[in-house]
Design a protein around this ligand. Sequence first.
Ligand code: DX5
Ligand code: ZN
Length: 227
Amino acid sequence: MTFSRSIKIAPSILSADFANFGLECEAIEAQGADWVHVDVMDGHFVPNITFGPATCAAIRPHIKGVMDVHLMIAPVDPYIEAFAQAGADVITAHVEAGPHIHRTLQAIRGAGAKAGVALNPGTPAEHIEYLLDMVDLVCVMTVNPGFGGQKFIHSQVEKVRKLRAMIGDREIHIEIDGGVTPETAPLVVAAGADVLVAGSAVFKGGSVGNPSPYGENIRAIRAASKV
Ligand code: DX5
Ligand code: ZN
């Protein structure tokens, strides 16, 4: 993975057909996705359950580019090695998921993956001030984690601006997760984001049998991001 601040669209397979993950990953990449965002939920840290490392390993051969794994689980540390072994390029843990996020981020890099840290909407940017030299990505949650299709929380745009200033010249991606649409994308891009996760806004209207809407949806978000 080489670092660039160009805009990357990362469809979340939370909005894909769960019986068809392999083909869905191939379809979104063929339609222009830059990264594939994989939402792991445990029914404990968030009120929903998705899947774990075995599913990540199974979809890995169907993804040519970056597999971006967002862990909404607590605890995190016992599972890092398994997600790294499953082929995750980026592993993101929540700052709220436990008392030792510093150790968690060390362990992610130690396992050979890029380290991401995610902030819930109620968590201030300053919480990660002393972590910036050990992360490759900061994920700003623009909805409360757990479900796709929620409304974008506008107060987070200011947080993105603050984080962009805190990051300075460091090679750290700012990822936005939740409620990204052609309407909200330009707000966060102008504030300094470069990775846009989008679930419902990418998958709506399409399917593996009819993937062209995925391409239209991705192009609409990309076009709106040229700010
Ligand atoms: C929410 C997940 C998101 C979600 C985004 O907990 O982390 O990745 O799938 O979905 P949309 O784009 O529909 O808000
Ligand atoms: Zn996510």
